[in-house]
Ligand binder design. Structure first.
Ligand code: HEC
Length: 201
């Protein structure tokens, strides 16, 4: 009976050497007269092998044991899409309904903002100075609440109207815009500035 041991050379002279290269031949490893050299695996290939084992272990632990990562691209994709959908609110940019505020508290708060921030250019009574008159029916950028909110939020930098979206909250901007429409419009200021823009009836 032959055992595996019979094939393994145990002394140097048991190795058979190749006649061309004089390197060890693999013992008992022959087919159609062709024999293989008993070479060691190259260093880089061995390490590639070890590292792939290491990678497999890390992968197994992360994906199958701790499940800290999505195994399927689709799950990952769906998560990204959901995240993209909720970004605006997460970033704190208010989704805001623009409706005219008519309650006294809101208009009082709007008046406060107006007098504190806007009056230097538009006058406390809205008569206009550097900025246009807010009491007449003439508007440069439109007379709807949206138009006014848009000017207050984004300004008209080149004409000297400051964008306030980073300085005044959306709620406060809506209050002051409402104050313009509900209180300043149609009032009679002490020194009204001449009309600017188009007449809106
Ligand atoms: C530094 C001066 C200045 C300040 C402060 C200022 N504005 Fe103005 N505002 C202007 C000027 C100048 C214009 C005219 C822009 C143009 O010609 O397009 C204007 C235009 C506007 C308009 C558009 C008017 C129209 O006819 O379409 C609104 C509304 C307005 N301002 C509201 C405000 C409010 C509300 C504030 C305070 C939060 C404010 N402004 C503060 C200078 C100012």
């Amino acid at each position: 009976m032959t055992t595996e041991k019979d094939f393994l050379p145990n002394r140097e002279e048991d190795y058979e050497n190749d006649t061309l290269t004089n390197k060890h031949l693999l013992a008992e490893h022959e087919y159609d007269g062709i024999r293989e050299l008993d070479n060691k695996m190259p260093f880089w290939l061995r390490w590639l092998f070890y590292l792939s084992i290491l990678f497999a272990i890390v992968y197994l632990v992360r994906f199958f044991i701790f499940k800290s990562e999505d195994l399927y691209q689709l799950a990952e994709y769906n998560k990204e899409v959901a995240k993209a959908g909720e970004r605006p609110s997460a970033a704190g940019s208010e989704t805001f309904e623009i409706v005219l505020l008519e309650d006294d508290a809101s208009l009082a708060s709007g008046k406060e903002t107006w007098e504190k921030t806007c009056a230097v250019c538009h006058m406390a009574d809205g008569g206009g100075l550097v900025g246009p008159n807010m009491t007449d029916k003439y508007w440069i950028h439109g007379n709807t609440l949206e138009d006014i909110m848009n000017v207050i939020s984004n300004g008209v930098i080149e004409k000297g109207m400051i964008p306030y979206k980073d300085q005044i909250s959306a709620q406060k901007r809506l209050e002051v815009a409402s104050y313009i429409l509900a209180r300043l419009q149609g009032s009679t200021p002490a020194n009204p500035k001449e009309p600017q823009g188009d007449l809106y009836e």
